[in-house]
Design a protein around this ligand. Structure first.
Ligand code: FPP
Length: 265
């Protein structure tokens, strides 16, 4: 539920927004600062954007906070990012619980160090009955890795005789994707820092999402940038493979037949 006037009509608001938070390093370098400072300011931007999204009534927000490939960064940078996550979970705990936010995660969280995994699991459990917004952290997350895991689970289910391979459709497969159990369909992907890639994020979920790219570096991303993305999204016509005319016909149903004397066709 929105707490403030909406920048777009409520029925044009995306239910689920995913953000690839990019540009922390370049933000720092352009200021002569160490990369870590960019991540620190990036964590501040996370706080701002989560708050703004909740106030605007967005149902679900997924933040790509650490990819499966980010483990290959220098150990001191990985350590710093883990420390930022630990701090975030500690410092935002009350705000998350008091504001009706349900925390969930996607990704291989068993790879996270205990000092991140344990508070993450604790806050996920403590916030499980919250209903105002889902905040999903994509951690140790890769789109290909997730699809592969779903394929493995599906193969196991088939071996147990629970699934007939001939009946596997995209809808059946999707039931094995962790995101489908936790989140509404992805409506809008935002990527910051001027890069035009999806970088192994939500590969399955992106099939019909709208894409919004901005030059803003993640540490500078704030409420106004989120509003700009929402306004851009609200202008889009989502056709899901249909024609404009078909979409318009669903949006504006044909006038009702007259009660008497109308044609039965
Ligand atoms: C990409 O910027 C950003 C990341 C790999 C990490 C994102 C992490 C945060 C925003 C902070 C911690 C998160 C939470 C949820 C508290 P980059 O380092 O690749 O930037 P560059 O492309 O400019 O080098």
């Amino acid at each position: 539920m929105a707490d403030e006037p909406l920048p777009v009509p409520a029925d044009r608001l995306p239910r689920h927004v995913g953000i690839i938070m990019d540009g922390n390093g370049r933000w720092a370098r352009s200021r002569g600062l160490p990369r870590g400072e960019g991540h620190e300011r990036g964590a501040d931007a996370v706080r701002t954007v989560v708050r703004a999204a909740r106030k605007m009534g967005i149902s679900a927000l997924t933040l790509f906070a650490f990819s499966s490939q980010n483990w290959d960064r220098p150990p001191e940078e990985v350590f710093h990012l883990m420390e930022l996550l630990r701090r975030y979970l500690h410092e935002e705990r009350e705000e998350i619980l008091e504001n009706g936010i349900r925390l969930v995660s996607v990704g291989q969280i068993d790879r996270l160090p205990a000092h991140v995994r344990e508070p993450l699991e604790e806050l996920k459990a403590a916030s499980a009955s919250n209903r105002d917004m889902i905040l999903c952290l994509a951690l140790s997350y890769g789109g290909r890795e997730t699809i592969t895991a779903a394929a493995r689970d599906l193969a196991r289910a088939a071996l147990r005789g629970e699934v007939d391979p001939d009946t596997v459709t995209p809808e059946v497969f999707e039931r094995f994707m962790e995101s489908s159990r936790l989140l509404p369909p992805l409506d809008l992907l935002v990527r910051t820092s001027g890069e035009h890639r999806v970088s192994n994020f939500f590969l399955w979920e992106l099939a019909y999402a709208e894409l919004h790219f901005t030059e803003t570096m993640w540490p500078d991303f704030g409420r106004d940038d989120l509003v700009e993305a929402l306004v851009d999204y609200a202008r889009r016509e989502r056709r899901f493979g249909k024609t404009s005319e078909q979409v318009a016909a669903v949006a504006e149903p044909a006038p009702a037949e007259p009660a008497h004397g109308g044609s039965a066709r």
